[in-house]
Design a protein around this ligand. Structure first.
Ligand code: NAD
Length: 425
């Protein structure tokens, strides 16, 4: 594709902003995107950096740095998660914000793309410190976010509780309860049914549709999943219940394999009890790196970025890769997978179930009327199946792989919206 393997160091290969830009430029070129629109869409619209104090438990004041980036708000309010990690960079937040623009456009929901986060190590902080940091970060970005402006959600190391604190802080400043300022909230304060497993469910829909497209049966289809957190464990559970055989689960501290399939209900219970999947009696231990390149029909990277790179892509044996995580495959690895004729369902389609359910949550909060779970599941699956169909048809029509097709479709939709609105330049 855009990056020749030999000239790219691993450092560049795994820079998320460069990874995003490589795909964007390639797709924009294919689309013959006008130069002005190209410039607009390759630059985030707004970037906010905040440095703020937090009172720590021992009484001393610590300074933290946070970000919120809105890549595009052309199609609606910004939408995107907030992550708490020690190695967070502005480039990473930019890339994730732009992925959100493309993801929302691929599934045609009325949001732009945004992302945020704070540089911190939540494992070393108490609950009180995390709450005070979240509230002060919210206060710092309060003019930037809002139901009509930019709607955050959970991401790495943030959860329902974090969203509840943000919602409460925002509401205190506004003087009334504003549930629709964030999604991914607890159910009794404006959360949506079906949100927690929505991304995993979307991953399963992407697998179902891939098999249908490639004329392969579900029964006994062997699946390896990397990451057994929200996305990976929910995808694994739903897929096992649906007839898939989960033959491998890879975690950060090691992996598990069983040729006849792992009982995912038991593994979820085991992990809840022990905090790890290691030592699970229903499977054999296997190093995680080996599992990624082991024999299976479907590989689901659902952990983190840059796990399929120039270092291992040529050894992947799966027929289908469904990207539950954001950015698991580098642009260089894309080429290698394409050469091997591996069918890739790209992140901006495969993991869009989460943001689609977030959209339902935002709509329900604004309506003040909450839907039954069956309605959520049906609407979610319809949107994801239609989007899959859009992407594979686009790929066929333009003779490109699914990732480039998804980018082209998304860029086209955003660019069309900007042109319809007119450029206020
Ligand atoms: P999570 O924190 O709940 O789970 C991630 C899991 O991956 C953890 O169990 C962790 O131990 C494991 N992990 C981390 N690094 C690993 C590695 N190198 N090898 C193997 N395992 C590793 O996070 P999540 O919400 O499941 O998100 C996973 C990915 O999916 C992220 O890229 C996230 O941005 C993306 N995503 C999540 C959602 C969502 O709704 N949660 C939506 C869209 C995309």
């Amino acid at each position: 594709m855009a990056l020749p393997t030999s000239s790219v160091t691993l450092e560049h290969e795994i820079n998320p902003w460069e990874a995003q830009s490589a795909r964007f430029d390639f797709a924009a070129r294919k689309l013959n995107l006008e130069e002005g629109l190209w410039k607009m869409l390759s630059t985030p619209a707004r970037e906010l950096i905040v440095h703020f104090p937090v009172a720590m438990d021992d009484g001393h004041i610590e300074m933290f740095t946070g970000f919120r980036v809105q890549h595009s708000i052309a199609r609606g309010p910004g939408k995107g998660g907030i992550r708490y990690t020690p190695d967070l960079t502005l480039d990473e937040v930019r890339a994730l914000a732009s992925w959100m623009t493309w993801k929302c456009a691929v599934v045609a929901i009325p949001f732009g793309g945004a992302k945020g986060g704070v540089i911190c190590d939540p494992k070393k902080m108490s609950r009180g410190e995390l709450e005070r940091m979240t509230r002060r970060y919210t206060a710092e970005i309060i003019d930037f976010i809002g139901p009509e402006k930019d709607v955050p959600a959970p991401d790495m190391n943030t959860n329902e509780q974090t969203m509840a604190w943000i919602m409460d802080t925002y509401s205190m400043h506004k003087g009334h309860t504003v549930t629709s300022v964030v999604t991914g909230k607890p159910l009794n304060i404006g959360g949506s049914r079906g949100r927690i497993e929505a991304t995993g469910r979307g991953v399963m829909v992407a697998c179902d549709e891939s098999l249908r497209y490639l004329n392969m049966p579900i029964d006994d289809c062997r699946v390896v999943i990397q990451g057994f957190g929200n996305v990976g464990s929910n995808a694994a559970r739903l897929m096992m219940e649906h007839g898939y055989r989960i033959v491998g689960v890879a975690e950060v501290d090691g992996g598990l394999a069983h040729p006849n399939g792992i009982d995912i209900h038991q593994l979820i219970e085991f992990k809840q009890r022990n905090g790890t999947i290691l030592g699970f009696p229903g499977a054999e231990a296997m190093p995680s790196e080996e599992l990624l390149v082991s024999e299976c029909e479907i590989l689901i990277p659902a952990a983190t970025e840059n796990v399929i790179t120039s270092r291992n892509a040529d050894r992947i044996q799966a027929r289908i890769v469904v990207e539950g995580a954001n950015g698991p495959t580098t642009a260089v690895a894309d080429d290698i997978l394409a050469d091997k004729k591996i069918f890739v369902v790209p992140d901006i389609l495969a993991n869009a179930g989460g943001v689609t359910a977030s959209y339902f949550e935002w709509v329900q909060d604004r309506q003040g009327y909450f839907w039954k779970e069956a309605v959520i599941i049906e609407q979610l699956e319809t949107i994801l199946r239609d989007s899959f169909e859009d992407v594979v048809r686009y790929a066929e029509a333009h003779n490109v792989n699914n990732r480039i097709a998804a980018y082209m479709l998304a860029i086209d939709r955003v660019a069309y919206t900007i042109k319809q609105r007119g450029i206020y330049a």
